[in-house]
Write a protein of this length. Structure first.
Length: 164
């Protein structure tokens, strides 16, 4: 094979490699932008849900309905009814029962259309509260699916680590 042909093949290989790397970086950037947008929206929705007692409960519910939860929302927690309206009804009753409810976000993560939040939720300021992990699947800027696990914070622990 002559050096001209080898040089041409090397050039074509280089162009192919740069194109492939460019496409991968573009996909990575798009994924990162989507993940950042999903995380930002999930954090906004959790703030409205858990930390805005300055808003009337009906206003909070309207924001959650219109901006946060998809009409086709799917719930996976076995103790919560399926569907957006059932979930919003649960939130409305919770606001009446626990007007001082608050939440602190301890950790967050996102991957594609999924967002994870590690939370410390308290019904009253003096309660120990509970630790929870909420997983949301996002679509077009709204929560379309939810999985959650939680456990109460005990008065005493069998280790010196915190739950957070």
């Amino acid at each position: 094979m002559n050096t001209g042909m080898i040089s041409l093949k090397a050039l074509l290989f280089g162009v192919f490699t740069l194109t492939l790397v460019g496409e991968l970086k573009a996909k990575e950037s798009a994924g990162t932008a989507l993940e950042e947008a999903n995380l930002k929206k999930a954090l906004y929705c959790m703030e409205i849900l858990e930390n805005r007692p300055d808003l009337e409960p009906s206003d909070r519910i309207n924001i959650l309905r219109n901006e946060c939860y998809s009409e086709n929302f799917i719930e996976h927690a076995p103790n919560i009814p399926d569907g957006r309206d059932a979930l919003l009804s649960l939130f409305a009753s919770r606001y009446k029962k626990y007007p001082e409810l608050s939440m602190a976000i301890k950790r967050t993560a996102s991957d594609g259309d999924l967002v994870w939040l590690h939370l410390h939720v308290k019904h009253t300021p003096e309660s120990l509260g509970g630790a929870g992990i909420q997983v949301f699947r996002m679509k077009e800027g709204k929560i379309v699916e939810h999985w959650g696990v939680g456990q109460p914070i005990p008065k005493e622990s069998k280790n010196n680590n915190t739950m957070f």
